[in-house]
Design a protein around this ligand. Structure first.
Ligand SMILES: Nc1ncnc2c1ncn2[C@@H]1O[C@H](COP(=O)(O)OP(=O)(O)OP(=O)(O)O)[C@@H](O)[C@H]1O
Ligand SMILES: [Mg+2]
Length: 223
């Protein structure tokens, strides 16, 4: 069973796009491929139902459809940090429960791609006496991590801090993706060169700014 945890240098940097591309790449090697978004914050009315875009995108790139309680155990309405959205709805996010859902998915899949929420250390739960972050979830699942770097001003610091945080937890950085979300950035190539030099994992894709590209068309290699 192959599985990865996809994190990013920030929210909105391309984790869903990359997770979907990974699922398509995995489909070329495996029959049963499932995307998981353990905690999704932010819903909109889609075809008469409150749904989260990331969850729908990952399902569209999966070959096995499972009950929502497994591929998305926590669906929160507020588009905010998960711990704030969860508090707003009176939900206690339990990473042990997420791990149980992940292990159930593994039974039905040859490959699972888990998309984290926000950046690597975003809080999932913050109540008196209890706290958990997205990083704690990655550790609990013991998954190799794929880092999506949204290439824009500030990304070197974010990428290197995230690499440190991943390695400090004893997790493997299995690969990283340069996602060129600001094509007019000053020194764009020099930034990507610095990332190549300083990130201690293979670059799996170098993605241009392509608003109309579908996930299936993005060139990405598997770790
Ligand atoms: N290379 C790219 N070219 C054009 N648009 C992109 C590119 N990468 C990401 N986008 C767009 O930027 C937005 C954010 O991307 P995406 O949803 O994949 O980020 P994310 O890291 O998953 O965000 P979140 O933290 O909300 O889960 C989306 O509208 C996506 O289509
Ligand atoms: Mg996303």
């Amino acid at each position: 069973m192959t599985a990865f945890f996809v994190t990013g240098t920030d929210t909105g940097v391309g984790k869903t796009r990359v997770s979907s591309a990974l699922l398509h790449a995995l489909q070329r090697q495996h029959a049963r491929v499932i995307g998981m978004k353990p905690v999704a914050a932010g819903t909109e009315l889609i075809n008469g139902e409150w749904a989260n875009e990331d969850v729908l995108a990952l399902r569209a790139a999966s070959t096995v459809q499972v009950p929502a309680l497994y591929d998305n155990p926590y669906l929160l309405n507020l588009a905010a940090s998960p711990h704030i959205a969860a508090r707003d709805e009176g939900v206690d996010i339990d990473i042990e429960h997420i791990a149980a859902c992940f292990h159930a998915l593994r039974q039905q899949a040859d490959a699972v791609v888990v998309e984290g929420a926000g950046g690597f250390i975003v809080p999932l739960l913050e109540t008196p006496g209890h706290s958990a972050t997205s990083a704690d979830l990655a550790v609990l699942l013991r998954l190799p991590v794929i880092l999506v770097v949204g290439v824009r001003l500030g990304c070197l610091n974010h990428a290197l801090l995230t690499q440190e945080a991943i390695l400090a937890r004893g997790l493997k950085l299995a690969g990283w993706v340069a996602n060129r979300i600001d094509p007019s950035m000053t020194g764009l190539e020099a930034n990507v060169d610095t990332l190549r030099l300083r990130l201690q994992a293979p670059m799996l894709a170098d993605l241009a700014w392509q608003p109309h590209a579908g996930a299936a068309d993005l060139a990405i290699r598997l770790p």
